[in-house]
Write a protein that binds this ligand. Sequence first.
Ligand code: PMP
Length: 406
Amino acid sequence: KETYDLSALRHDFPALDRAVYKHPLIYLDNTATSQTPSCVIDDIVKAYYNTKANVHRGVHLLSQEMTELQEAARRSVKEYINASSIQEIIFTRGTTEAINLVASSWGDMLHDGDEIILSVMEHHSNIVPWQLLQRRKRITIKVIPMDDSGVLDMDAYRRLFNEHTAFVSVTHVSNVLGSVNPVKEIIAEAHRHGVPVLVDGAQAVAHQRVDVIGLDCDFYAFSSHKMYGPTGVGVLYGKKELLEKMPPYQGGGEMIGNVTFEHTTFAELPFKFEAGTPDFVGISALRTAIDYINGIGMERIAAHEKELLEYTTARMMEIPGMRIFGTAPGKDAIISFLIGNAHHYDTGMLLDKLGIAVRTGHHCAEPLMHRLGIEGTVRASFALYNTKEECDAFITALRRVASMLL
Ligand code: PMP
């Protein structure tokens, strides 16, 4: 029994109707990016036809309308993640830019000898910005280990703290293993030491209800394109009192108070961190994506994806040679696997020829691949529009691929 009318809902996503090598597309690469409903696409088109004008600048009507659309999106994001104030919602180009903003700006306030804590399952976008910071500050990166199922070792985490610990940055959900990390506990422990925490929410926001006040996180980063919204837009949530202390990230228009060649003052939050013309069309369409998700209901989406995960995992385990990476309890609908010793790329390529879109490789998490002792995996990941029939077709295709490669 479906938790909502899936077949009606699939018509909202035009891309799902296309064929791939004469097969109906089965899109299982949702972790990389989700498909987009026509209401979001229409909004983007409508803005380009009707209201495209630069925001916060003109006195003219179009500019006022576009500004209102962008700011309505900010209010919508604030509600979606339960932030306290719209001043805490900063629009970026994506999760990556949001994390870079914090690593650079908060990083400015770190001292030589400070230590930061990451986890072994971070995406490169939550590793490399901190390594870039190491060119400016002599900071040490410490890593929370995990067990073989993909559960973070919380005792080891607690032992990583000392008087030099200055920041913690961890992913909410692993984009490879699907593990849902105990971020609330991670944050509470860091706060006991007076240490702020950034949560990388790229893989969480479209699959569970996120409550930044409930979590008490200091920063939360995510991308629009993974939550049925447009590309090129992301969000950094930050607690107001922290954002106020932080120096600007980039300089330019929109983020200033007054500029002279001698001295510049900066705009109020959130504009202090939004230099230059933002992707106001994309931002306004993100609001439509949020409305779309809310219209279905996050609990129903999560229940549906969980059902697909359990069904598909059980059927995959029946295939001889199947190796699944990531079996943490309560994991999200992301399945990383290898068939025997077959190369991930070969498996992915054969699935593609059967119309099934999966991701192969290290998934921008090379340190995690080293931990697992592999070079890469094949990854199937699910969204609100995937069906049991697609899972069945995926299993049939996997059996065929296994018989070819093993
Ligand atoms: N963190 C995680 C956990 C991700 O899965 C991704 C995207 N694969 C990112 C960060 C980066 O997101 P973006 O490329 O949209 O900036």
